[in-house]
Every structure is written in structure tokens, then in C-alpha cells.
Design a protein around this ligand. Structure first.
Ligand code: MSP
Length: 660
């Protein structure tokens, strides 16, 4: 691993305004970059806009503008959204800038001179909307398989990149670099693609059909295929030129991460890697393909009218809450659903309740009873030692997960400490200590709580930079020091703390603007959301009735929520080395690596029958060794007097999804 960290997002098409999907990747890149900067690692973060190609040309034509007018206007909303989301990108590249077009043209010329680009006549079914040729057998009902639109038979001269020449090199590269394609399921997808013969790539478009693109240097009748142009942004932005000095470029290349959505995995893994091989360069260390957000259960689409405008969320909840929600809600790699009710519920549960309460309790009790000054430590109690152990685990978990791009799991680790802090307050009952006049112990308890808030402020800061800073200021810190998170005794005794306003005010109901947006877009969904919100409110208002229920055999809903059920895909299955009854499985749940799970199902299933099955696991069971093999979860199965079968899910359900 190079000491320098370089991360990229896809460059976004300027055919429309930025939406939640765009914000998602950009926030993830920002979080990880901020984390590395916090740790003193030199980091470079690139994003930008993809301004050529058919889609952009059509969008401009529709608006009655020249492509140049259109792209100059529409790259601005991206920049503005990144500013509002506190994105600290080092550069914003536009593919119409001369610093990029020049590199594309020189790379084309160079590869042409080398013989890696050639001309040939090409015949095939061309889809204007998908901007590509298809073979007869690709078509669905005679139409484009991607867009469902008409195709036309076209025969024309074109320029081709000898992608086939580098296919074996790519296969070898993937074998030799197991972390190159992540998550593992996506690597398998690419390997599947590479099992077929890889053809050459048509990289030109006749100007007569598409006048908008980077002109071909060796033939003015053609422009460059948009993907060949766009992919080069990752190196043109950091100073690459085929015959120029490589000093600045080598500082950052190879990139540490290309973050991409799962829909653009092939272009990045196959087109881009082979292009790099042809240029004599190595690919990025990791190409990470994340999942897609659906909105209230539906695909996000303009025609349904459910495209989520990140500005609306920022207006209602603030940038930090939006960043936190998107990073926490789904595992990076898995698909997930965005719902406004889900947003508000998580906002209230995690930010207003867990973190907000901890901070408020710690700061206001210190202010009220201890003069608002950081009190002295009380190092000699077992409860405090236990808390330090929770903190150690939380910090380690946070660090290792965030560095592997598992931001959601990292936050889960941090929250285990925040929740332990709240429980510690409940157990220690500082109000009683105050009443009884045990001020030394009260001081010790409050000190630990303030220290947990400090660790939370530091670790939260890459995800929620403003709130991290605000919490730090309440604690009297002038800077957030990541080295200090190792210990719960780093505050300066006697320095002032201040409770002030709550960090995240609780939302009693969906903000009005969101209610009207929902009502406008999906009337039935809005009603559903309002009904659910009502039910929740009633529940909160009826604690007496709930307590009465405790004497019957039912469990509370909250108890059920403690069990985390997730969909997993079995990716490996073997006999257990020490027990005939058991199988040792590897189950992909969209985390850093598949989970190792030992299951007593050998009587019913042969290992080979299991690979590919989607099952349900209990994901938050404490890991333990079963006959010498670590098991990090439990499979759900139907059992009578003996095992009847595994609980499985529909084939369309993605691993990593939450069950409940
Ligand atoms: N311009 C190309 C990328 C070229 S990179 C050299 C492109 N642009 S895009 O604007 O259409 O999409 C950009 C990214 O947004 C993709 O990674 C895509 O996966 C992501 N998303 C679009 N809709 C999304 C969701 N609903 N959810 C999550 N990400 C989504 O493709």
C-alpha cells in the first residue's frame, strides 16, 4: 500500500441534476479521505463531471442550448451540492476542459501509433439511446436490451481498441490481486464476464451521428466514444501525459480506490484496466462497486417522480445528518432502500437519542453539579475498566472497518461505545450520587462520560464534520486529535464544558416539506408513511399500557429489534474438519469479507448444494468457536424433530439486506 491515498468517484453525467445516488458515492469518498487526513496520510480526492456523449448531447438539444452552454450550466449544481454537503474534494474535473481533452487525444494517437488502435468496418444493430452496437442475439423482441428502444442496422468504418489483447493480462491481474475487485461477489461477476471471449472495443463515433465529443486526432470525421474519454479523467486530472514527466502523476497513481456503482463495473474493470495495460500503467489498488438505492421500495426514476433531491434532506435535517444516514443505513456494496420514515427513525434513534442524549446528559450534569469544569478521574473501579475495554474494541472496530470502506460497520462500532456510555449513566445513577453527596464518584462518572463524548466527536468527524467539531467545542477541545481516542483519560481537568443546544434536535414528525414532497410524488406512500408515523407516536404516548403488557408472554417490539437478521449468500461450503454433523460455510453479507459460519446441517445438505443459496442469518450473535472453527453468525432453519430445511429468500433479494 502506497503511503499516499488517492480516491475517485465516477464523474457524473451532466444530463440532469444530482440526486441521492450521486451524493452517496461522493460522501463515501469524502468520509474516507477525511479519515486519512485526520490520521496524517497525504490524500487526494477527485470528482467531476462527464460532459460528452449522446445522453448529454440529447439533454442539451432538448433544452434548445448548445452542448457547451448546457454543460457549463449543469456542472454547477454538482459543485453547489458538494459544497452544501461539506465535500472536500481536491479537484473537480470536467471532461470538456483542455487539460483533459489534450490527454485523451494524445493517448489515442499514442495507442494508434503503437498498433493498439485500428480501423475496421463494423456492422451491427445500433441503439442510439444506449450508444452502442448489439448483436442479433442480444436484442430483446428486436429492441435494445438496455433501454427497450428501436435499433437500426448500421455498417460503418470505426476505430477499435485492441481490448482482446489485454484480456489474459487482466485475468492474471485479478488472480494475483485478490483485493482488486470488491466486494467478492462483484469480483465473481467480472470473472464470469471474462470467461467469455473478450472482443475489441469500438471507441469512435462518426461525427455525422454524434457531433459532441472529443475529436479523433487521426481522423476529424470522428469523435471519441464517451467511456474511452471519461475513464481517462482519473489520470488526466493528476497530471498524466503519455510523453510528459510522471513526477506529479506517480505521487498519486495507482489510485487507492475507484468507487463506482454496480452498473458501471464492467466499464471500469474491463475497459479501464485494459486501457491502462495498453498505456503501460497498473490499475487502481481497489475498484469498489457499491449497491443501488431504491426509494420507498421503487427504482428511483423521474417518471415515478420519486427522485430524492439531497437539498431537501439537507434543508430539513442538515448536511451532517444526511451524510450520517447514507453512510450508516446500508453496507457499502449492498443495495438498500431509502424511505423518509426510515430516515427520520434513524435520525431520532441514533443521532437525537443515542448520541444526542449521551452528550446532553454528560454535559448538562457536569454543568449543573460540577461547575461546568472537566472533573477529576476516578480510576479505581471495575465499571470504569470495563468501559475502557468497550472503548478499545469500539475504536479498533471503527478503525479497521473504515479503512476497508465499511463505513456503516465502523459507525456501528462507534455506536456500541455511545450506547455503553448511556448504559453506564443508567447503571451509575449520577443523580443519586449527587443526592447522596458522593461528589468524588460523581466526578469520576461524569469524566468518563465526557471522555466517551470526546472519542465520539473525533471518530464521528469524518462522517459528520460539523457536529463532530461542535461536540468537540462543547467539550472545550480546540482540535480533534485522533491519537487521543485510545484512552478515556485525555481531557484536561478543570477546562470548561458547555451543554448548549442539543446536537441533533428530535423530530416529532416528518418535516412538512417532506410530507408535501411525498404527497406530491406518491400519494399512497405518503399516507402509508403518515399512518406509520401516527402508530409510532401513539406507541410513544402509551407507556403505561406497554408496561402492563410486560407480565404476559409476549416480547416487546424493541426486543425483537435486538436480533439483527440479514440476508447472506453462501459463497463457500466445506465439511467441518472436526465434526461430521457440521459444515463450515463462508457467507457473503456485504461486509469487508464473507462471514465464517459453522452450521449443524451436514445431515441434510452436501456442501456443493449450498453454494449460491441465499439464506437468513442472525448477524449480531457473539462470534464463538465451534469445534475449533470460528462461527460469526447463525443460519435460520426450520426444524421439527429434525432439521427440515434452511430459511431461504427470493432470488431477487440481495445479500446484506436487513430482514425484519
Ligand atoms: N458518467 C458515467 C460514469 C463515468 S466514470 C468514468 C455515469 N454517470 S451517472 O451520472 O449516470 O452515474 C454516476 C453514478 O451514480 C454511478 O456510479 C451510478 O451507479 C450512481 N447511481 C445512479 N443512481 C443510483 C442509485 N439509485 N443508487 C446509488 N447509486 C446510483 O455512469
Amino acid at each position: 500500500m502506497s503511503d499516499n491515498f488517492y480516491i475517485t468517484t465516477p464523474i457524473y453525467y451532466v444530463n440532469d441534476k444530482p440526486h441521492l445516488g450521486h451524493a452517496y458515492t461522493t460522501i463515501a469518498a469524502d468520509v474516507i479521505t477525511r479519515w486519512h487526513r485526520l490520521n496524517g496520510r497525504p490524500a487526494y480526492f477527485l470528482t467531476g463531471t462527464d460532459e460528452h456523449g449522446q445522453k448529454v448531447f440529447e439533454a442539451a438539444t432538448k433544452r434548445g442550448l448548445t452542448p457547451t452552454q448546457h454543460v457549463d450550466e449543469l456542472c454547477e449544481p454538482f459543485k453547489a451540492l458538494w459544497a452544501r454537503l461539506d465535500i472536500q474534494n481536491d479537484d473537480f474535473i470536467r471532461t470538456t476542459e483542455p487539460r483533459h481533452t489534450k490527454v485523451v487525444q494524445d493517448v489515442l494517437q499514442n495507442l494508434f501509433d503503437k498498433g493498439d488502435i485500428y480501423t475496421a468496418d463494423y456492422e451491427g444493430w445500433y441503439s442510439t439511446s444506449a450508444e452502442r452496437f448489439w448483436t442479433e442475439k442480444d436484442l430483446v423482441d428486436g429492441k435494445c436490451p438496455d433501454t427497450g428502444t428501436q435499433v437500426e442496422w448500421i455498417k460503418e468504418k470505426n476505430y477499435f481498441f485492441r481490448m482482446s489483447k489485454y484480456a489474459d493480462q487482466l485475468r492474471d491481474y485479478i488472480d494475483a490481486n485478490p483485493d482488486f475487485l470488491r466486494p467478492v461477489s462483484r469480483k465473481n461477476e467480472v470473472l464470469g464476464y471474462l470467461k467469455k471471449e473478450v472482443g475489441d472495443l469500438c471507441i469512435s463515433r462518426p461525427k455525422s451521428r454524434l457531433p459532441w465529443g472529443i475529436p479523433f486526432p487521426m481522423d476529424t470525421d470522428y469523435v471519441t466514444y464517451v467511456w474511452f474519454d471519461a475513464l481517462l479523467n482519473y489520470i488526466s486530472a493528476i497530471g498524466y501525459h503519455p510523453s510528459g514527466s510522471k513526477d506529479t502523476f506517480n505521487r498519486w497513481w495507482p489510485a487507492s480506490y475507484h468507487l463506482v456503482g454496480k452498473d458501471i463495473l464492467t466499464t471500469h474493470s474491463v475497459y479501464w484496466s485494459t486501457m491502462l495495460f495498453a498505456m503501460g500503467l497498473r490499475p487502481a489498488e481497489c475498484l469498489y462497486a457499491h449497491g443501488w438505492w431504491t426509494i420507498e421500495g421503487n427504482k428511483m426514476s423521474k417518471s415515478i417522480g420519486n427522485v430524492v433531491d439531497p437539498h431537501l434532506l439537507i434543508d430539513c435535517y442538515g448536511s451532517d445528518a444526511v451524510r450520517y444516514f447514507l453512510m450508516r443505513e446500508i453496507l457499502f456494496g449492498a443495495d438498500g432502500d431509502f424511505s423518509h420514515l426510515g430516515f427520520m427513525t434513524r435520525y431520532n434513534a441514533d443521532l437525537a437519542n443515542d448520541l444526542g442524549n449521551l452528550a446532553h446528559r454528560a454535559l448538562s450534569m457536569t454543568s449543573k453539579w460540577l461547575g461546568g469544569a472537566v472533573p477529576a478521574l476516578d480510576p479505581n473501579t471495575a465499571a470504569d475498566d470495563a468501559l475502557q475495554r468497550v472503548a478499545d474494541e469500539a475504536v479498533d472496530g471503527f478503525r479497521s472497518n473504515i479503512e476497508g470502506m465499511q463505513i456503516s460497520t465502523a459507525l456501528e462500532s462507534l455506536w456500541s461505545l455511545v450506547q455503553a456510555g448511556n448504559k453506564y449513566i443508567d447503571d451509575m445513577e449520577p443523580w443519586k450520587l449527587n443526592r447522596e453527596g458522593d461528589l468524588a464518584r460523581l466526578a469520576g462518572v461524569m469524566r468518563r462520560c465526557l471522555e466517551i463524548c470526546r472519542v465520539a466527536a473525533v471518530l464521528l468527524s469524518p462522517v459528520a464534520p460539523n457536529k463532530g467539531k461542535e461536540l468537540g467545542e462543547k467539550l472545550g477541545l480546540t482540535a480533534l486529535d485522533v491519537d487521543s481516542v485510545q484512552s478515556l483519560d485525555r481531557l484536561v481537568q478543570g477546562s470548561s464544558v458547555e451543554a448548549g443546544e442539543p446536537l441533533f434536535p428530535r423530530m416529532a414528525e416528518l418535516p412538512e416539506r417532506i410530507q408535501s414532497a411525498l404527497a406530491g410524488a406518491l400519494p399512497e406512500k405518503a399516507e402509508e408513511a403518515a399512518a406509520k408515523a401516527d402508530a409510532k407516536k401513539q406507541k410513544q404516548e402509551a407507556p403505561v399500557a406497554e408496561e402492563a403488557e410486560q407480565s404476559n408472554p409476549f416480547i416487546q417490539f424493541e426486543d425483537f429489534l435486538k436480533v439483527q437478521l440479514k440476508v447472506g449468500e453462501i459463497v463457500e461450503a466445506d465439511k467441518h474438519p472436526n465434526a461430521d454433523r457440521l459444515l463450515a460455510l463462508k457467507v457473503e453479507v456485504g461486509e469487508e469479507r464473507p462471514r465464517s459460519i459453522v452450521a449443524g446441517i451436514a445431515a441434510k445438505y452436501a456442501p456443493d448444494d449450498l453454494v449460491g443459496k441465499k439464506i437468513v442469518i442472525v448477524a449480531n450473535l457473539k462470534p464463538r468457536k465451534l469445534r475449533g472453527v470460528m462461527s460469526e453468525g447463525m443460519l435460520l432453519a426450520a426444524t421439527g424433530s429434525e432439521l427440515e430445511g434452511l430459511v431461504t429468500v427470493d432470488s431477487g433479494v440481495n445479500f446484506g439486506s436487513t430482514v425484519g
